[in-house]
Design a protein around this ligand. Sequence first.
Ligand code: SF4
Ligand code: SF4
Length: 344
Amino acid sequence: MKFSLLKILRLLKNSFAFNKPHHVQWMLTYRCNYRCKSCDVWRDQKPMKELSTEEVKLGLDVLRRMGVIEIVFSGGNPLLRDDIGEIIEYASRYFITTVYDNGSQAVKKINALRKADFVAISLDTLDEKKYDYLKGIHGAWRKTLNAVQILHDQGITVGVSPTISQLNMHEILDFTEHFTSKRIPVLYCLYQHDALEHPLFQIGEKDEELEIVDKASLTKICDALIEKKTEQSGILITKKMLRVLSTLYSSGKRNWECKALHSFFMIDPQGRIAGCHLQEPVATIFDLPKAWNSQKLDNLREKYRGCNQCSYMCYMFYSLHANVKGNLEIIKDQWRNAKSLTSL
Ligand code: SF4
Ligand code: SF4
């Protein structure tokens, strides 16, 4: 992660701007070479025209003008796009740019990833058999661990991203210790299944084995991570977020309001925009600046504020850390990690 002075100044200016969408998740493709148990994306692989390289760059220009700070490229597997290097290079000039991989492509595309600010590699467990079962691919675990090590050795800022489910939750503290002790940060996701009708697209497949039923244990894990954060770096989740999750799993109380279409939104491979992947598209990336201040989007913001249809961790995070105050809270919380994540 290496920031130019111009990029730092731009990020600071936008971090202190009010009522801007600061976080964007861009699913660059639905294509994926894995068959994860938790995921719907690979089950519905229709041929689809994706935005071209030039269109993606024009879309990034739109986001730059709108004051976006952070872009997360995911999918499908975004590294399956042939032009991913060009896209990452362009995006990283202006945004904090994170790229997801399932561990299968990162080594092949290592030169493209050198420009990313952060590479998140999905890895749910240190148990080889369990991981290959979760991914539906023999050999996935070995390949993933190898990719994480190679990127780390090459000086690329890489972290592991476990999806916490009933099947791996009891290992999460040991898993965290294993990687943070090697100075490899951990960025958590939480297993969910999608329940809304007419989504932009489906991600979470309903699966009884993965559904978190041991809520008391999850609460304890959140509390233990809060403790751990005071002693060590590399835990890429804020204490505020952990407290909210702990309350959610101990009492069912949602201590946050969703900020979809306010502090964050989602873009699909065709450039359609929705508040999150579970909601309907409202504009395309090219007509978004005009639509952003419309009554229609204001009405949807109001509706989403009261929505309780998911607790995907990324959306919770963007909601809890929205606007200037939220950005300051992230900086304060992640200060310990800043040294290991940046080389200014
Ligand atoms: S979770 Fe990611 S890696 Fe797994 S099938 Fe879905 S898109 Fe592919
Ligand atoms: S709570 Fe927010 S992110 Fe979740 S489904 Fe509702 S609008 Fe989408």
